[in-house]
Design a protein around this ligand. Structure first.
Ligand SMILES: CC(C)(COP(=O)(O)OP(=O)(O)OC[C@H]1O[C@@H](n2cnc3c(N)ncnc32)[C@H](O)[C@@H]1OP(=O)(O)O)[C@@H](O)C(=O)NCCC(=O)NCCS
Length: 181
């Protein structure tokens, strides 16, 4: 299946991705990402809790996952320049063995989490850019299929080429979607 509109994200020249493996991925950048996450999902934890989760993102050598990244406004290294970001995890280590089987997943399946664009930057193509970098990062790590559970954004994910899983499995009421990479 074709990747998410690489052409469209290339047109946006005002951002660059900053991966958690980079020394520039400082705690200030993580704090900025944590604040965006807690403003979009206030019920799922304060920025402090989000920050703790992001600090724990240390890749396992074999899978090189989990990883996180933020989109930074080009030309700025200020944490205020964080536009959005996402977290990429290994599916098998995130879900139970039962859920893994129910999802009919394979060893090379990964999971997109915390995909977000800061509110003032939404609607400008940055969500597409986040997904594009997320998928490229997954491919680089040998993943062949991306899973996610959608938070009221099925239509957005459908536009990115994701499909709902047959049989309507959900996680806490959020439907599972996936895409071959
Ligand atoms: C979902 C989200 C990441 C989209 O980011 P964005 O920067 O606004 O998205 P883009 O501008 O790149 O939009 C890409 C396309 O998706 C569409 N789209 C964006 N958000 C949408 C939504 N909530 N529902 C339906 N379509 C949507 C856009 O209209 C655009 O379509 P087009 O290419 O036909 O013009 C952003 O709204 C967000 O952070 N929401 C809160 C957190 C969230 O729900 N994340 C998803 C977790 S499952």
């Amino acid at each position: 299946m074709a990747g998410v509109s690489e052409a469209a994200s290339e047109e946006l020249s005002n951002w660059r991705p900053l991966d958690s493996s980079a020394s520039e991925f400082t705690s200030a950048a993580r704090w900025a990402f944590a604040h965006i996450l807690s403003s979009q999902w206030p019920r799922n934890g304060l920025a402090e809790q989000r920050m703790r989760g992001l600090t724990l993102i240390k890749p396992v050598q074999e899978t090189r996952l989990p990883m996180a990244f933020v989109l930074l406004q080009e030309g700025s290294s200020s944490p205020a320049a964080v536009i959005g970001g996402a977290v990429l995890r290994d599916l098998r280590t995130y879900v139970s063995a039962r859920e893994f089987a129910r999802l009919q997943a394979c060893e090379r399946a990964c999971l997109a989490l915390s995909v977000v664009v800061e509110q003032n930057w939404q609607g400008l193509g940055h969500g597409r850019a986040v997904v594009s970098h997320l998928e490229a990062s997954a491919r680089e790590r040998g993943c062949t299929i991306m899973y996610l559970f959608s938070d009221n954004t099925v239509e957005f994910w459908s536009k990115m080429g994701y499909t709902l899983l047959p049989g309507e499995p959900s996680r806490n009421g959020k439907p599972w979607m996936r895409k071959q990479l």
